[in-house]
Design a protein around this ligand. Structure first.
Ligand SMILES: N[C@@H](CCC(=O)N[C@@H](CS)C(=O)NCC(=O)O)C(=O)O
Length: 279
């Protein structure tokens, strides 16, 4: 699998790069960002995947997430994929919450989305293989995190792949697409109306159905205007309590849904992952 380098910039002693490649999962070109801290020649570093939210490309977290100082300190590679396939032949929706920029980390089965919207395959299979081949990563030490729709992606991908990710966290995740308007719209459109088929794309349902993580960190702002209608953190609190699953879910007073919130807690999350990835 060949990669084209779009840009590299030296940052905090390491390299922030942006790359693109022809994706077999989506049938499109895909762009992603990778930060590689300074490291000894031949060293293999732990890797943290960050999945972004609605309307984002790889660039939002790269420009506003403020992860590099912490990744440099802890020696963690940070990977930021796009949130959907893109291109002139990729269908779109007029809403910001479906279509381009809103792939929801599913494999779509419904037309016209089923041709390109395979973000689950992309993030679960193709991207990790590409990262393993092209960057100095130790794939035995992977973590995953994400924001909002990307928090949903991080939780569901980790819950479906027990043991693969040594650490899982999320910022303001959509915890139950079965129970919010963003999820209703996206899963009906991508997967169809059979709600039994949605359960593998719903963190709370996966936990109810027996999936477990050894540990979980979630930060959620109390001033987030999506909290009540879309994110519904309390459903995750209820699901982990009922399952007896260890989780640290922190309600952060006054923080909203933006990158001001994410960047405030980013260093905490990177440190939390580093502790588990280096154990
Ligand atoms: N106000 C946003 C609603 C969507 C939104 O808040 N997206 C979040 C993720 S769910 C985001 O990260 N937006 C991009 C950014 O803040 O840079 C819009 O319409 O663009």
């Amino acid at each position: 699998m060949s990669l084209e380098t779009i840009s590299t910039n030296r940052a905090f002693g390491g390299t922030q790069g942006v790359y693109k490649h022809a994706s077999s999962a989506t049938g499109t070109e895909m762009t992603f960002a990778v930060y590689v801290p300074e490291h000894a020649e031949g060293a293999k570093l732990p890797v943290l995947f960050y999945l972004s939210g609605l309307t984002c490309t790889h660039a939002n977290v790269m420009e506003k997430g403020e992860y590099r100082a912490a990744c440099a300190e802890h020696g963690i590679i940070f990977v930021c994929p796009d949130t959907s396939p893109r291109g002139d032949d990729v269908p779109d929706d007029e809403g910001y919450d479906f279509g381009k920029g809103a792939g929801f980390y599913v494999n779509a089965t419904q037309d016209p989305w089923a041709t390109h919207f395979h973000m689950r395959d992309y993030v679960e299979n193709e991207l990790p293989a590409l990262i393993a081949e092209n960057f100095p990563v130790d794939m035995e030490r992977q973590g995953i995190t994400g924001h909002s729709m990307g928090g949903h992606g991080a939780l569901t991908i980790s819950l479906r792949n027990p043991g693969r990710y040594k650490s899982t966290s999320a910022f303001a995740p959509i915890v139950s697409p079965l129970n919010c308007p963003w999820g209703e719209k996206a899963l009906t459109g991508y997967i169809g109306g059979d709600k039994a088929a949605w359960r593998e794309y719903d963190a709370c349902a996966l936990i109810e159905d027996g999936a477990r993580l050894p540990d979980l960190l979630v930060d959620q702002g109390t001033g987030d205007n999506f909290l009540e209608e879309q994110l519904k953190t309390r459903l995750l609190e209820e699901a982990v309590a009922a399952a007896g699953m260890p989780a640290t879910i922190r309600m952060q007073e006054g923080y909203d849904h933006s990158y001001y919130f994410i960047s405030t807690f980013m260093a905490d999350h990177v440190a939390w992952h580093a502790e588990r990835l280096k154990a």
